[in-house]
Design a protein around this ligand. Structure first.
Ligand code: HEC
Length: 138
């Protein structure tokens, strides 16, 4: 018998792999941060930050709960790195300008809300800690 048409073989491999790939991109693991509040009261924030908050809620809730970033505390440098990391995930739907606006919101919110009461928030988890939670939840 002739070996399988390579095109069909490739399509079949992609179809079989797709659910795994989608699961890997969706961050479908529950982190402790996901269980906290899912809104921020921004009524005292400057108008520009209130606008950026809407963009943040819209863009950063695509793959995981918006509670995740709302309840994670990081330094400004870590937020900068982290927004870039999220932006560069496949299909993030976040442009460079949007990433910058969201980063500025997160840095402001960090200072106004999180730095004043750090023990109320979760420190960012390491990749290893996330991998462990994923393994436990499967
Ligand atoms: C394309 C999907 C996707 C989008 C969009 C996305 N994230 Fe994520 N996020 C993930 C995944 C997946 C993880 C789990 C860690 C990893 O694989 O990088 C994660 C983890 C996180 C964490 C946990 C950090 C830790 O180590 O405890 C934070 C905070 C976070 N994201 C913030 C954001 C912010 C802020 C945005 C919007 C700028 C955003 N995410 C948009 C997929 C996404």
């Amino acid at each position: 018998m002739r070996s399988l048409n390579p095109l069909i073989a490739t399509v079949a491999a992609v179809l079989v792999g797709a659910p795994v790939w989608i699961a890997a991109q969706s961050g479908n693991v529950t982190l402790p941060q996901d269980k906290g509040p899912s809104t921020i009261n921004v009524s005292s924030y400057p108008p520009q930050q209130q606008k950026a908050y809407k963009l943040f809620v819209n863009k950063c809730s695509k793959c995981h709960t918006i509670a995740r970033p709302i309840n994670t505390t990081m330094t400004k440098t870590e937020w900068e790195m982290y927004v870039k990391r999220m932006m560069h995930k496949p299909n993030s739907g976040i442009s460079n300008n949007q990433g910058k606006e969201i980063f500025e919101f997160l840095a402001y919110d960090q200072q106004m809300r999180k730095d004043k009461n750090p023990s109320a928030f979760h420190k960012m988890l390491t990749d290893d800690e996330i991998a462990k939670l994923k393994a436990q939840q499967q």
